[in-house]
Design a protein around this ligand. Structure first.
Ligand SMILES: NC(=O)c1ccc[n+]([C@@H]2O[C@H](COP(=O)([O-])OP(=O)(O)OC[C@H]3O[C@@H](n4cnc5c(N)ncnc54)[C@H](O)[C@@H]3O)[C@@H](O)[C@H]2O)c1
Ligand SMILES: O=C(O)C(=O)C[C@@H](O)[C@H](O)[C@H](O)COP(=O)(O)O
Length: 543
């Protein structure tokens, strides 16, 4: 029985001479994991080389020793990287154990080598007992016999052609540290969170797609250049569309410009849209995908923290009107989300901090663990600098993204079209969207939502749902992260009129999301105007 808590993180398999040991060792160094090679383990235990064991005790004795070593290490080598001898997976015991290991969530990495290269390396090697007497022919014969077994077992396949061992190890390290959140519902998809996941674009676009509209903004040009290169390498025709940045890109004029360009380029139903950037760019790109010919394949590549934790997932797409935020749009699920952590390296600090607003929101409505993590790491998170921040902070950020996306996935998986449960994700947004509008979008979304959450907490206190301590906690936590907790703009009547355009409003009745306690969201329908006014006064500048 293989327990996931004590098994290795990855097992590398492949032909003799493919470079398994080097790949395993270098990957282990990159992710700071222990490394073992089964041949070396056997040699250490037997006190003689593999060749000597073959010569003196025969192949079967070696295979028995190998099977025991592999089975022991699969059960007890927590978080390690294990490299196997080329013939190990051919033993029935090892093959079955590797299948159990896969089922328990383990990664079996097949390192593929081109046969010409394999043969030439074999010809140069003199220490492999199975290649004695015609190394090239023997290698080819083993390759034919083993190839399908490696393929059957592999969860990750890496090709050593045209790349360096270092780059291969980097790719494997990226793949092993990737996290995946599954979003279920009528059109299920995965949110992949990890360094380098943009490299998976072709997996989501598939073979039927010929043209890809790559929609992005100028500040993420470097990342869109990378995505474009990957798309072209994979054989797609790329139409590059740079749209105005931030909320200026979420207008019907921008949509119209894109629709016309797609028409000129001859985009068909089997073509696709990739949205890459902050939440504003991906909201517009998703809207284009939803509306072009009534819907084409869409891949969402968020590059800001806020877009990774929130805007990318759940299928809300849309644009703003002069009259208010997100008033036009549709629910349209992507084929997948690729949250590439490398893009965060260029993210300015204030935009990272803004994203923490939506992370905190998920904590307030559902996951106390997120709140504790934010409290503990507030100082480092607030100082986040994508170019400078170390691996430790990167891991913390990846975990926060994963947890926050989990919260979002739990809501949207059961209520895509927001008929009840999903409304809880709107905590802080009724006032937040009004602030954005009144401030002519000079306030960042996450900052506005932060004030909106303090407003909602005050409203909950006034209507008897929350105590003062919980309201104070909102202010304390949010301000420790560098988020705003008060706002002096607008006036009450202006705010009230804008709140009536909120999508949760029904007829003349307003609806708010408030808390009955931390992690206990509830609806508050049609509260008295006096309560709203009092809560509004409470978020005016303190002191
Ligand atoms: N669809 C949804 O469910 C949903 C959820 C939350 C928010 N949103 C929407 O998302 C928008 C807010 O998203 P946002 O905070 O990402 O704002 P944004 O899209 O305006 O991006 C903020 C700024 O950061 C830049 N940027 C993004 N990634 C970068 C990177 N890696 N390096 C350098 N610069 C980068 C952008 O170009 C922009 O200038 C709002 O329009 C909001 O309504 C939608
Ligand atoms: O996904 C949701 O549902 C949300 O409410 C998430 C919000 O954080 C997000 O800002 C969303 O875009 C708001 O949607 P809206 O329907 O209030 O415009």
């Amino acid at each position: 029985m293989i327990e996931s808590s004590s098994m290795p993180k990855a097992v590398v398999i492949g032909m003799p001479g493919a470079g398994k040991t080097r790949l395993g060792r270098e990957t282990a160094a990159l992710i700071k994991a222990p490394f073992r090679d089964t041949d070396q383990c056997i040699e250490e235990e037997a006190g003689r080389s593999v060749s000597e064991i073959f010569d003196t005790q025969g192949e079967q004795t070696f295979r028995d020793m190998e099977t025991r070593a592999v089975l022991d290490l699969l059960k007890d080598f927590p978080g390690g990287i294990l490299s196997l001898g080329g013939g190990a997976p051919m033993s029935t015991g090892v093959f079955q154990a590797l299948q159990d290991y896969r089922r328990a969530g383990g990664a079996v990495v097949y390192l593929q080598i081109d046969p010409e290269e394999g043969v030439s390396r074999a010809a140069r090697s003199d220490h492999r007992p199975l290649l004695r007497g015609g190394a090239s022919e023997r290698w080819m014969a083993l390759y034919r016999e083993r190839r399908s077994v490696y393929q059957e077992l592999a969860t990750i396949t890496l090709k050593s052609r045209n790349t360096t061992p270092r780059a291969l190890a980097r790719r494997l390290a990226d793949a092993l540290t990737e996290r995946v959140v599954h979003v279920s519902g009528p059109d299920p998809y995965d949110v992949r969170i990890g360094a380098g996941v943009t490299g998976r674009l072709h997996e989501l676009l598939g073979d039927q797609t010929m043209r890809v509209a790559l929609i992005h903004t100028q500040p993420v040009q470097r990342h869109s250049d990378h995505a474009r290169a990957l798309l072209r390498q994979a054989g797609y025709q790329v139409v590059d569309l740079t749209i105005p940045d931030a909320e200026a890109g979420k207008t019907i004029q921008v949509s119209q410009g894109i629709w016309e360009r797609l028409a000129t380029e001859g985009f068909t139903r089997s073509d696709a849209v990739v949205g890459l950037g902050g939440g504003a760019a991906t909201d517009q790109a998703g809207f284009i995908a939803a509306t072009w010919m009534r819907g084409v394949r869409y891949v969402n590549c968020p590059t800001s923290l806020l877009a990774m934790v929130d805007a990318s997932t759940g299928g809300k797409t849309g644009i703003n009107l002069e009259q208010g935020k997100n008033l036009v749009g549709s629910f349209y699920t992507p084929a997948g989300v690729l949250a590439d952590l490398r893009t965060l390296r260029t993210l300015p600090n204030e935009i990272f901090v803004e994203g923490l607003g939506e992370v905190a929101k998920s904590g307030f409505i559902m996951d106390g663990g997120i709140l504790r993590e934010l409290e503990e790491r507030a100082e480092s998170l607030r100082a986040f600098d994508g170019r400078e921040s170390d691996q430790w902070l990167g891991t913390v950020v990846q975990e926060l993204i994963e947890r926050t996306v989990e919260v979002k996935a739990r809501h949207v998986s059961v209520d895509l079209k927001e008929s009840g449960l999903r409304e809880f994700l709107n905590y802080g947004h009724t006032l937040g969207h009004a602030i954005e509008k009144i401030e002519h979008f000079t306030w960042r979304h996450g900052q506005a939502v932060s004030v909106g959450m303090v407003f909602a907490a005050e409203l909950a206190r006034i209507t008897g749902h929350l105590d003062q301590e919980a309201v104070d906690y909102h202010r304390r936590l949010l301000s420790s992260l560098g988020l705003r907790t008060w706002w002096n703009g607008g006036d009450f009547d202006q705010v009230l009129a804008l709140m009536h355009r909120d999508k949760k409003a029904r007829g003349n009745k307003l609806r708010f999301i408030i808390l009955d306690g931390l992690g206990k969201p509830t609806h508050l329908d049609d509260p008295p105007v006096s309560a709203l006014k009092e809560a509004f006064q409470a978020i005016r500048e303190e002191g």
